[in-house]
Design a protein around this ligand. Structure first.
Ligand code: AGP
Length: 613
C-alpha cells in the first residue's frame, strides 16, 4: 500500500505535497518523492527512507511550481531505493507518474515497450505505466486519451496519477482500479484548485469536499475543475461528499482503531497477496522473487518453519498445508527455542522464517543458525527490504500493506494465504500433479471474508455478554488447532483476559476440569474430517454448564444443543478455511477489548516488532 497526493492550483505546491505525504506516511514509508511541473519541465526529487530524508533534500532545492505529484512508497516490486522511488519518469523525460497497486501484466508490457525502444531504469511495475502512457502521446493524443488508452491494457490493481510537459494546460490525469483514489475540490471562489490523494487525510487541511472515484474511473484535474469518465469512457458525475472526520479518524479510514481498520482490510490484503501469482487456467502458481531453483526445491527433504507469536501460529497451519500437499516433513519452531537448540540442519533443509516485520530478533537468529548449518533460507514477510528478506534466498511477500495495530490480523491471514501458495508452488516444483481444484477456493477467499465480516454486529453483542469472563478456552482440531491458539492470543493481548488454545481432543486430558458456567469455550467446528468430534467436545462442555461459542460452516441445526452462540461462516474448503475462521476470533477479541476500555491498538507491554531478545 502506498500513499499518493497531487495538486493543481495557485499555491506553492512543494510544501503542500510534503504536508500531504506526511499525513499518508502510515501507508508506507520506505521511500518518497515529488515531481513539480514548472516552465515546461519536470523537476523530480526522490529519497530512500522516511519522508524526512526527502524533506532534507527539498530544503536545499529551488523547486517551485503550482502543480505536481507526491508519493510515499510501500514497496511491492523492487527493493526500497531511490531509483525505485516514485514518481517514475518515462524514458523520453516528458511524463511523470505515481502509483499505488500491482500491475499483474507488467512484464509482457515492459517487453513490448523495450522492443519499441523504450528504456527502463527501475525494477518497478510503475515505470511500465509511465512509458506506456507516454508512448500514446506520440499518436497525437492528449494526456487524457493517452492515459485512457494505456488503462485499457493494464491488468491488476492501480490508483495512479500522471502529468506531462506536453500538456498545453496545467492538468493531472488519474485512474483507479482497486486501491482508493479521491479528488478534493478547492473551495476558493477566485482561485480554483484541485487535489487528489489515496485517502482524505492528505486533503482535510485544504478541503472537505471530496469525490471518491469508482473502479474503472479516469479523471482529469485542472485549475478550474475536473472531469470523470467511467470504465466505458462515458463522462459521469460522481457524488461530492462533505467530510466531517478529524484527521486522526481519517488516518484510520473512519474506523475507531487501526486494528478494526486492518481487520476490515483483509479482503483487499488477500486479493493483493494473490494478485499476479496464480494462473487459474493452468493451475500453476508463480512466485516472483522466490529465487530457489527447481533442482534445489526438488532436493529438499525437510522444512523448518521458524517464527514467533502469531506468525508461529501461521507456521503451524503451514505445516498441515505443506505436509498434505507436498509430502515433505515439516517442523515448526519458536525462533527463541530453535536458536538455543542444536537443530539438525543440512543442505537438504529448507528453513523458512515467517515474520510480518522481518525484524524479529528471535526469528532472525534462528534463520541465521539454519543458514550457518548449511540449510537453504527463505522468508514469508510483509516488509520489503527488511532484514529477513535481505538474508533470504527465497522471498515471498505478503501484500497486506502496513500493519499499524500491534495485534497482527491482516498480516496473519495473508501469511496463511502465502503458505498455501507456497505449498502449491513446492508441489509443482517437485513434479507432483497439479490439481486445479486447489485454486478454486482462493478466488472466492476475499469475498468469503467480506461475508464473514458481516458477523460483526452479532459478535459485538456477544462481547457485551462475555467480556466479564476471567478465562476463555479455545478448542480446535487439525488445521483449526493453530486457529484456536491464535484466537486465544488475540484475546489475551487485546483484553488482558487469560485464554488458552487447546487441541479439542486434549480437553479430556485435563482442561475439562476448568469447565463451569463462568468459563466460555470457543470451538472451531468447520470442515469435514473432525468437526463431528469437535461437536462432541462441545456437548461435553455443555454437560458441565459451560458456555459454548461455535464457529462453523455447517447447518446450525446440526449443532442443536451443543452451542449457546453460533457464528456461521462461509465454507472455502478445508485447507483455506482457517483464513475465514480466524476473522470472527479477531472481531471477538477486538470488541471485548473495546468494551473493557483497553488500548486495542497499543496494548500494554507489547511492541509491534520485537527486535530484541
Ligand atoms: C501478534 O498479534 C503479535 N503482534 C506478536 O505475537 C507477533 O506476531 C510476533 O511478535 C512476531 O512478529 P513478526 O511476525 O513481525 O515476526
Amino acid at each position: 500500500m502506498c500513499g499518493i497526493v497531487g495538486y493543481v492550483g495557485h499555491r506553492d505546491v512543494v510544501p503542500l505535497l510534503v504536508d500531504g505525504l506526511k499525513k499518508l506516511e502510515y501507508r508506507g514509508y520506505d521511500s518518497a518523492g515529488i515531481v513539480v511541473v514548472e516552465d515546461g519541465k519536470l523537476s523530480t526529487i526522490k529519497a530512500e527512507g522516511k519522508l524526512d530524508r526527502l524533506r532534507d533534500k527539498l530544503d536545499g532545492s529551488q523547486i517551485h511550481g503550482v502543480y505536481g505529484l507526491g508519493h510515499t512508497r510501500w514497496a511491492t516490486h523492487g527493493p526500497p531505493s531511490e531509483r525505485n522511488a516514485h514518481p517514475m519518469v518515462d524514458s523520453r523525460q516528458r511524463l511523470a507518474l505515481i502509483h499505488n497497486g500491482i500491475i499483474e501484466n507488467f512484464l509482457p508490457l515492459k517487453q513490448r515497450l523495450q522492443a519499441e525502444g523504450w528504456s527502463f531504469s527501475s525494477d518497478t511495475d510503475t515505470e511500465v505505466i509511465a512509458n506506456l502512457v507516454s508512448s500514446y502521446l506520440d499518436d497525437g493524443n492528449g494526456l487524457q486519451a493517452a492515459t485512457q488508452r494505456a488503462v485499457s491494457e493494464l491488468r491488476g490493481m492501480y490508483a495512479f496519477a500522471c502529468v506531462t510537459t506536453e500538456s498545453e494546460r496545467q492538468e493531472v490525469m488519474v485512474a483507479r482500479q482497486g486501491p482508493p483514489l479521491l479528488l478534493g475540490i478547492g473551495v476558493g471562489t477566485e482561485d480554483q484548485e484541485m487535489f487528489l490523494a489515496s485517502d482524505p487525510a492528505a486533503l482535510l487541511r485544504y478541503t472537505r469536499n471530496v469525490v471518491f472515484l469508482e473502479n474503472g474511473d479516469t479523471a482529469r484535474l485542472r485549475v478550474d475543475g475536473y472531469t470523470v469518465w467511467d470504465a466505458s469512457g462515458n463522462e459521469v458525475e460522481r457524488k461530492v461528499h462533505r467530510l466531517d472526520w478529524d484527521v486522526l479518524q481519517i488516518e484510520k479510514g473512519g474506523y475507531k482503531h487501526f486494528m478494526s481498520k486492518e481487520i476490515h482490510e483483509q479482503p483487499q490484503a488477500l486479493q493483493d497477496t494473490l494478485s499476479g501469482r496464480v494462473d487459474f487456467e493452468s493451475g500453476r502458481v508463480h512466485l516472483d522473487g522466490f529465487e530457489l531453483d527447481q533442482a534445489t526445491l526438488r532436493a529438499i527433504r525437510h522444512i523448518h518453519l521458524l517464527a514467533c507469536g502469531t506468525s508461529w501460529h501461521a507456521a503451524h497451519v503451514g505445516k498441515f498445508l505443506i505436509e498434505e500437499l507436498v509430502r515433505v516433513p515439516v517442523q515448526v519452531d519458536y525462533g527463541s527455542e530453535y536458536r538455543y537448540r542444536d537443530p539438525i540442519v543440512d543442505e537438504h533443509t529448507l528453513a523458512i522464517g515467517i515474520t510480518q516485520s522481518g525484524e524479529t530478533a528471535d526469528t532472525l537468529a534462528s534463520m541465521e543458525i539454519a543458514r550457518e548449518r548449511g540449510g537453504r533460507l527463505a522468508t514469508i514477510c510483509n516488509v520489503v527490504g527488511s532484514q529477513a528478506t535481505r538474508i533470504s534466498e527465497g522471498v515471498l511477500y505478503t501484500h497486506a500493506g502496513p500493519e499499524i495495530g500491534v495485534a497482527s490480523t491482516k498480516a496473519f491471514t495473508t501469511q496463511l494465504e502465502a503458505l498455501y501458495l507456497l505449498a502449491i508452488f513446492l508441489r509443482q516444483a517437485r513434479g507432483r500433479e497439479l490439481d486445479r481444484s486447489l485454486l478454486d477456493g482462493l478466488a472466492h477467499l476475499p469475498q468469503a471474508v467480506v461475508e464473514t465480516l458481516e458477523l460483526e454486529g452479532q459478535i459485538e453483542e456477544m462481547a457485551r455478554r462475555y467480556h466479564r469472563a476471567q478465562d476463555f478456552l479455545y478448542l480446535g482440531r487439525g488445521l483449526n488447532y493453530p486457529i484456536a491458539l491464535e484466537g486465544a492470543l488475540k484475546l489475551k493481548e487485546i483484553s488482558y483476559i487469560h485464554a488458552e488454545g487447546y487441541p479439542a481432543g486434549e480437553m479430556k486430558h485435563g482442561p475439562i476440569a476448568l469447565i463451569d458456567e463462568d468459563l466460555p469455550t470457543v470451538a472451531l467446528a468447520t470442515g469435514d474430517r473432525v468437526s463431528e468430534k469437535v461437536v462432541s467436545n462441545m456437548l461435553q462442555v455443555k454437560a458441565r454448564d459451560g458456555k459454548v461459542i461455535a464457529v462453523t460452516d455447517r447447518d446450525p441445526d446440526e449443532l442443536e444443543g451443543s452451542a449457546d452462540d453460533i457464528l456461521r461462516v462461509p465454507s472455502v474448503g478445508r485447507l483455506l478455511q482457517p483464513i475465514v475462521n480466524v476473522v470472527p476470533l479477531q472481531l471477538l477479541a477486538y470488541h471485548v477489548g473495546v468494551r473493557l476500555g483497553c488500548d486495542v491498538d497499543q496494548p500494554r507491554n507489547l511492541a509491534k516488532s520485537v527486535t530484541v531478545e
